[in-house]
Design a protein around this ligand. Structure first.
Ligand SMILES: [Mg+2]
Length: 186
């Protein structure tokens, strides 16, 4: 059975600006260490890479497609230059208030993988929000949280949502993620 690395985009691969929209090339910059370490992860271990991202209102006036795709495509090109190729990029375009079944932490976009021949138990979600860790829980995967020092409130949320056993690593370092995956594959 194949294993997956299900990776968030904004705040995980590329820096999320304060307005949460990467709608121009000027706003595109990679998280420290992601290119080198993700490339090494892809080389050394046997995961299929998926990108799963919520892009609030993509395709509406609040986030026109023409502002989204140029930066997104440059990002994919730069990843590809390092040999990092995603099997699929799954984008939910709804707003949080819509409660769409396809919006993380809900798993609607992942149906083919949930029903397919995948070893979800030994797969990981990597993301910078607690909803990514909830997403991991809903999929039956492990969660890696890109986070510097969770607040008291966030610690409480981890307890309340019973995410403690899902969350296997909290770090802001992609090198740390590489070493962690090396250990779990040894
Ligand atoms: Mg994110």
């Amino acid at each position: 059975m194949k294993k997956l690395l299900i990776i968030d985009r904004d705040g995980t691969i590329i820096v999320e600006p304060p307005d949460e929209q990467i709608d121009s090339l000027e706003k595109l910059s990679f998280i420290d260490g992601v290119l080198a370490n993700l490339s090494q992860i892809d080389k050394d271990f046997d995961y299929e890479l998926l990108m799963v991202t919520n892009q609030d209102g993509l395709g509406t006036d609040s986030f026109p497609e023409d502002n989204f795709w140029p930066a997104h495509n440059v990002m994919l090109d730069k990843l590809k230059e390092r040999g990092i190729i995603f099997k699929e990029v799954l984008i939910d375009r709804s707003f949080e208030k819509d409660n769409a079944p396809t919006r993380k932490p809900r798993t609607g976009l992942m149906k083919p993988y949930i029903e397919g021949d995948y070893d979800l138990k030994n797969s990981f979600v990597i993301g910078d929000r607690l909803t990514d860790i909830e997403f991991a829980k809903n999929l039956g995967c492990c969660g890696i949280w890109i986070k510097d020092g969770p607040s008291e409130e966030e610690r409480q949320a981890i307890d309340d949502k019973e995410l403690g056993s899902v969350l296997v690593l909290t770090t802001t370092s992609w090198e740390h993620i590489y070493r962690f995956l090396a250990q779990s594959n040894s």
